[in-house]
Write a protein that binds this ligand. Sequence first.
Ligand SMILES: [Zn+2]
Length: 313
Amino acid sequence: MERIIGTYTGAEGGALVLVFGAVHGNEPAGVLALQEIFSMLEREPVVNPEFEFRGRMVGVVGNLQAYSTHKRFLDRDLNRLWTPINLSRIQQAYPDSLQNEDKELAELLDLIHEEIRTCRPEALVLLDLHTTSADGGIFCIPSDDRASLRLAKELHAPVILGMLDGLEGTLLHFAAGNHFEIGGFPKYSIGAAFESGQHNDPLSVSRSIAAIVNCLRAAGCIRPEDVDSRHESILRTFSDPLPKVTRLRHVHHIRPGDNFDMRPGYVNFQPIQKGEHLANDVGGPVLAPEDGLILMPLYQPQGSDGFFVVTEI
Ligand SMILES: [Zn+2]
């Protein structure tokens, strides 16, 4: 398996769109969706002579080592390591001394900088594809600016606001601060994470394909009438009954040694009530702190967040 799944460059200039799959190695849907997207883009000019592409798209495997062993991560969650302090530590280290997630981080940073140096894009658009261990929900998480919120809405899935406040060191945090800027490019960057469903649900691949096509439209790379996506109706069918916009209210962080154990049967966006017995850990029962909708209840051994609570707005 190579780090770069594929690239596609248009005849006209435009945004640099970086799409990541498997930043968590046990989430293959994004990688499979990217493989399919690149074959769709190769076929498109053959069936549609009017097709034009502006800018450049690159599909990337996030945690390559974890992906090859089907694990979320090896040492540490790659999606919690994108802090300026950590990145400067990595850049100052000897490349040969870096291992596991540190090595992944260094390689990704090099790749992104190389793309920016070559393309010199006005806009960097970052889409980070994920799946969840629980069933029952798709949603997207914009970074904290208006343009990213617009992008998230165009992905046609429920939008969760304030999610980045509850997390630290995500790839999206880093992109949102325009920390990838090198030599004055990009002028600005926007981004969203997209959760396409349960890890091994084949429809999670279809919904990721639809999200990538919607992202390319929002970024101005392709026109609305091009790249017919039959996957879009699968995405819409799933999104329509879910709340359109919700806001993060609570994150249950897990500390080492907590032995967090989510009680069975919870799905994304399931209503919960204050005081409801959601999980157990070394301290005894873990109760819901308030009424709301549960998101990402943790049903896998690796992970630093037990569940999230959101409310509809
Ligand atoms: Zn993930």
